[in-house]
Write a protein that binds this ligand. Structure first.
Ligand SMILES: Cc1cc2nc3c(=O)[nH]c(=O)nc-3n(C[C@H](O)[C@H](O)[C@H](O)COP(=O)(O)OP(=O)(O)OC[C@H]3O[C@@H](n4cnc5c(N)ncnc54)[C@H](O)[C@@H]3O)c2cc1C
Length: 303
């Protein structure tokens, strides 16, 4: 696939904080980038209701996402960036160039690729402690609005967004049935005093659609006893997995550290590690990935 300026210096996959910071840093160095994004510029910023750890007095994620979208429009207008709307399916590199393949079969080739695809929610079918139909893909809790909760609501998993969601919605009085493995105990501890969270530790959970709508949630407790719950709303809160693209080198947890990739491929943001999943670290790593590419011969030679 050609861009308005032919092959770009950099192909950046993912338009979250990491990918946007990479595109902006590239433009500031006079490099031209193609930014591939399957959804909205801003990534997960769009779901963050309140911010307190990002310098610049940003009140919430969407306002920062809008500012990043303005930044990207500015470097598009100056001819330093082109945004390609599409889903990347693989990355590859040879000794001279690096490419990204898109779901429509086209490829975008540049002197280097920066992958900043973040993380994706683990689906019930991917969790070892849940048996569920393969096509069952409930919405994640962190994206749910109070109005989305109909009837009895069941949350699968006790990951940290549970506490965040309850704190963000102090006026919601309904109870959430939270079934979670024992390995989530240290995370559910923060909501144990909140009577809205009905915590049920489970050894195994079997999900099935109910004949009249909703779901039947069969919970096998850690003592072997079983209880069936009928639920109208099902939400996942199981955790995340790295949204790694084929062609990247992953560690045993599936994360893709930048220094494990080849010379023409770098990674940035949440995709790198479970430990540094924050906006500012994502932005810093995106900018750093560009500078690393810039100071390597691959990109500087054409700049
Ligand atoms: C509910 C919630 C609250 C949070 N609160 C805070 C907070 O208060 N402070 C803080 O510092 N951090 C917070 N975070 C974490 C923060 O959002 C992330 O660390 C940050 O967004 C990571 O940026 P990123 O660019 O690496 O990934 P993302 O923001 O996830 O962006 C990745 C982008 O890549 C795109 N993408 C993925 N796969 C493909 C593909 N195959 N092809 C094309 N595009 C693709 C996605 O659409 C997305 O736009 C929160 C996260 C959540 C979910």
């Amino acid at each position: 696939m050609s861009t308005p300026f032919g092959d770009p210096d950099l192909v950046i996959v993912g338009g979250g904080p990491a990918g946007c910071a990479a595109a902006l840093m590239a433009a500031s160095l006079g490099l031209r980038s193609a930014l591939i994004e399957s959804n909205n510029i801003g990534g997960r910023l769009h779901v963050i209701g309140a911010l307190s750890n990002v310098p610049g007095d940003w009140a919430d994620g969407p306002s920062l996402a809008q500012a990043l979208a303005r930044d990207i429009r500015r470097i598009q207008e100056s001819g330093h960036c082109t945004v390609i709307t599409g889903r990347a399916t693989a990355v590859s590199a040879d000794s001279r160039s690096a490419s990204v393949t898109l779901a429509d079969g086209s490829t975008v080739t540049g002197n280097a690729v920066i992958a900043a695809t973040g993380v994706a929610s683990i689906t019930p079918a991917e969790a070892g402690w849940i048996s569920a139909p393969a096509d069952l893909d409930p919405a994640p809790l962190w994206r749910a609005r109070p109005a989305d909760l109909k009837g009895r609501a069941c949350v699968l998993g006790g990951d940290r967004p549970l506490g965040t969601w309850l704190r963000a919605h102090p006026d919601v009085q309904r109870q959430l049935l939270v079934v979670h493995p024992a390995t989530d105990d240290y995370k559910t501890a923060e909501v144990q005093q909140d009577s809205r969270a009905q915590l049920r530790r489970a050894r195994h959970v079997t999900l099935n659609p109910a004949p009249c709508g909703g779901y039947i949630v069969d919970v096998e407790a850690t003592d072997g006893s079983t209880t069936a719950y009928a639920c109208d709303t099902l939400l996942t809160n199981i955790g995340n997995r790295p949204a790694a693209l084929p062609g990247l080198t992953a560690d045993e947890d599936g994360y893709c550290p930048s220094d494990s990739q080849g010379p023409l491929i770098a990674t940035a943001g949440d995709l790198r590690s479970a430990r540094f999943q924050r906006i500012v670290t994502a932005q810093g790593s995106g900018a750093q990935a560009v500078l690393s590419c810039y100071y390597s011969t691959a990109v500087r030679a054409t700049a």
